[in-house]
Design a protein around this ligand. Sequence first.
Ligand SMILES: [Zn+2]
Length: 358
Amino acid sequence: MLSSVLSLVVLLSATGAAAVERVEHDYYKYHPMPEITDWMAQVEKDHPDVVTVVEYGQTYEKRTISLLKIGLNTGEEKKAIWMDCGIHAREWIAPAFCQYFVRQILQAHKTDPKMQEMLKNLDFYVTPVLNMDGYIYTWKDNGTRLWRKNRSPGPSGCNCTGVDLNRNFNATWGTIGVSFDCCSNIYCGRQAASEPEAQAVTYFVGSRKEAFLCFLTIHSYGQLLLLPYGHPNFTASNYNELMEVGLGAADAIRRVHGMNYTVGTSPAVLYPNSGSSRDWARMLGIPFSYTFELRDKGTFGFELPEDQIQPACEEAYSGALHIITYAHDKTFSGAVATAAATLWTMLLAVGVTGNTLM
Ligand SMILES: [Zn+2]
């Protein structure tokens, strides 16, 4: 009798141990690709009502590119927000940010009425690592840590590997700030959208272009918010609004940990370039297209220490949310704003406002 009670106790404690064994994902560490893939599956499992893993392409090395679609299923046609991280392999803080961003919006979904409203009106499409082959290569050893491009072989006669995916999009492709030397870190490829990773984004976003309000592509480093266009001869039709919203995002960032982000077009604050996904998205008609260059300004560069992941993500989240909220409110509060403006005009007409007393 005593022994059977004891064995029952042993059995119960063993089950208890198994129940708590699940390892929590550490958002303040850098994770190799397999852990990020497992994390995506786990997020979907934990939030089946709001999260779906969507596969939408293949890398050169035949890995499946996938994103997390996050939003409430309302049965209505929804607007959308795009975010991709890790288009440049060595910019490890970017995939860390995408993971953090997903966790934050899922937490806010439970507590914050504004986020609940946005998840009803919007779907977030978040790709934690776009350049998976390159990212995996940077984890190989110390000699490969600073790899930037994808892993497709150069054209015949060239022994170098990789295309700069952020020079490969079909936006003034090959005109400025690129190299046609396949050994260069800014090699733009044989032709626009020659690379499977660029094709995947081009097809997925291009086939839903009316839905997207924002296209946010996350890089490091430099603490910049870059807006279209990379070619100095072209100006976005909504340049003033992009600047205003970008400066608002920089203010939001500064309020978190006091860090300064510079806002402007690529030629104005960094260097001219062509074939970027940001420019491609704006040319497609997506109004709010930005490149985030996260921390730092060069002290650690691409090798930002893990103890800066949390502050870097916290401030960038605040900046991203500023842009997303603006785009959301502009689209979905339009009716309310118009009604208020109409009322104001009527009050002015009948002389009820304070101004008429002066
Ligand atoms: Zn980059």
